[in-house]
Design a protein around this ligand. Sequence first.
Ligand SMILES: C[S@@+](CC[C@H](N)C(=O)[O-])C[C@H]1O[C@@H](n2cnc3c(N)ncnc32)[C@H](O)[C@@H]1O
Length: 223
Amino acid sequence: MIIDILTLFPESFSYLNSSILKRAQESGILTINIIDIRTFSKDKHKKCDDYPFGGGAGMLMTPQPIYDAIKSVQKENSKIILPSPSGKTLSPSLAKELSKEEHLIFVCGHYEGIDQRIIDIFSPLEISIGDYVLTGGELSTMVIIDTLSRFVEGVISEESLAEESFSNDNLEYPQYTRPADFMGYKVPEVLLSGNHAEIAKWRKQQSEQKTLARRPDLIKGKK
Ligand SMILES: C[S@@+](CC[C@H](N)C(=O)[O-])C[C@H]1O[C@@H](n2cnc3c(N)ncnc32)[C@H](O)[C@@H]1O
């Protein structure tokens, strides 16, 4: 999968070059390109924002540099994504759908956002990462990429995906590692028993209890 990120702040993206996403890029599963929108500005000072018509607070990203930046990478199979508080809320099923795409283009809004005509021209898929407002689309782009990448084949194991929170409409059970006794806090006996059937039963129970207590809305039929 190829991901092109269009942004005014290319320095924001070092996270994508660490840990699991770094390995996915090194093994050729993912290619992530960061493209500076400012380099496309035809303004002599490379300006990319201006005051909104009609007045109001803040600045808006102008359409020309974004238009040219998109055109420089857009192909027939490209899906354009605009992180936005007005978008469809990110969910595991949406992330899974996006993980099947061959080419994603993310347009990071900043300031008060982007000129509406970019939305009218390209009809991007607008995605929100929650009902709150960030200062820019850089963080939300990283959240969306991180989430969808986990569903791209080869990025993480099938087993990890199957056991994770939300995968079975449940939250994950509590997890423990060494030491078995930490300052008197002991790991539940069953996890040390080596009895895989009992361990699976305990984890299922824990997972269901936790979901019922914290997120009953996730349990099917309880909405
Ligand atoms: C300050 S926000 C603009 C908010 C916009 N004026 C509004 O009221 O909807 C700047 C940029 O941050 C990103 N952003 C902010 N909140 C977001 C959210 N909840 N989900 C996804 N992106 C978000 C978007 O890219 C947005 O263009």
